[in-house]
Design a binder for this molecule. Sequence first.
Ligand code: PLP
Length: 340
Amino acid sequence: MQQLIDFRSDTVTKPSPAMQEAMFKAKVGDDVFGEDPSVNELELLAAEMFGMESGLFCPSGTMTNQIAIKVHTQPGDEVICDKMSHIYQYEGGGIAFNSLCSSKLIDGDRGRIKAEQVLAAINPDDIHKPLSTLVSLENTANRGGGSCYNFTEIQKIKEVCLQNNLKFHLDGARLFNALVAKKETPKQYGEVFDSISICLSKGLGIPAGSVLLGKKDFIKKARRVRKVFGGGMRQAGFIAAAGIYALQNNIDRLAIDHQHTQAIANALLTKDFVGEMLPVETNIVICEIKGRFSAKEFSEKMKEKGILFFAISPTQIRMVLHLDITKEMVEKTIQAIKEL
Ligand SMILES: *Cc1c(COP(=O)(O)O)cnc(C)c1O
């Protein structure tokens, strides 16, 4: 059977033998009772990395984001975020469904919003208007093609939040890609955000799970909401152990994914059927397909060669690199692109 090369998402990774060994050896207990040593260790490790007080292990990044929004807001409040942000576009309407909040969508630059836009989006203190109480950023921004914020802009937005009594959340599903690409530290981020969601099931390669970080009292409330959302897991330490392994072993290697992404992007750019490409900053390529192929036809041609990715619109495809993509697979892909 032909070996598939899967660029559909960085969620498709399977645990490596070393990660599996860490999972098999995990010490576990009932985490709803707070008694799973591996979950407790993961939460502590992640919190310490970011210089934050506490962590909460959850089944998904959707859940960590939605819990954060729930804890930071009251029904009727408004959440300020980019128009393409995952919390708005890809979490099933959860901002309204779970938190009874409206969203003020900002027309950002490749998923990134600016302090002046946030300031302009805050509602006046007027009973006709929803109360603006939360700003949420996404770094890297998925629909921005893995674009990274400039940290100085994040600091400016933080100032706006402080001056206007807004909470500040980060959807850091791919934050480690940004940290590696921009040579930033987790602690920088821990200092400015009230809460951070990090995914361990994307670039870091664990089977499932995300960690929500914040102050002690925030995480105490978040733990209650996690139970209400049905996210209290029992012997979750088997998965948490994979998370510990990932935080200790799989961060620096993201640089390899970024090199692979660049190499594939360069090959695509030599083709007449490839149009505009979003700047490649991390592990995602989003580009326009035109002329000889529609986006769907191009993806089908490549699928015949065992190379998988999605057409994300009639004219665009997305490829996502990750730790199960080897150098040989990248070379095969480049060859396949060249042959078209
Ligand atoms: C993947 C992702 C999430 C979380 O998704 P889950 O599948 O629920 O873990 C959140 N934000 C962004 C930007 C993502 O790409």
